[in-house]
Design a protein around this ligand. Sequence first.
Ligand code: ZN
Length: 87
Amino acid sequence: MTIAYARGTRSLGICDRCGFRFLLNTLKAESVRGIKMNQRVCDSCYDPDHPQNFQGMKPIYDPQALRMPRPDIPEAPVPPYVPPTIG
Ligand SMILES: [Zn+2]
């Protein structure tokens, strides 16, 4: 059984952050880490969920090692510079 709601195109709602009155259908739901926090706020109070909040929630595929690498050939060490002595 589904519950039917009225459209409410002219109904008003109170912003949960600033307390001003807006059209109910213009209020946005806020979420933290993708979970809705049961807050409806206006456009100026809306704080979108920052992508940094989703760290560790998605697997990251970033391998660093190479298959069959060919290391660089080491060069002979350069002797330290000794200035010529005069006299
Ligand atoms: Zn507001």
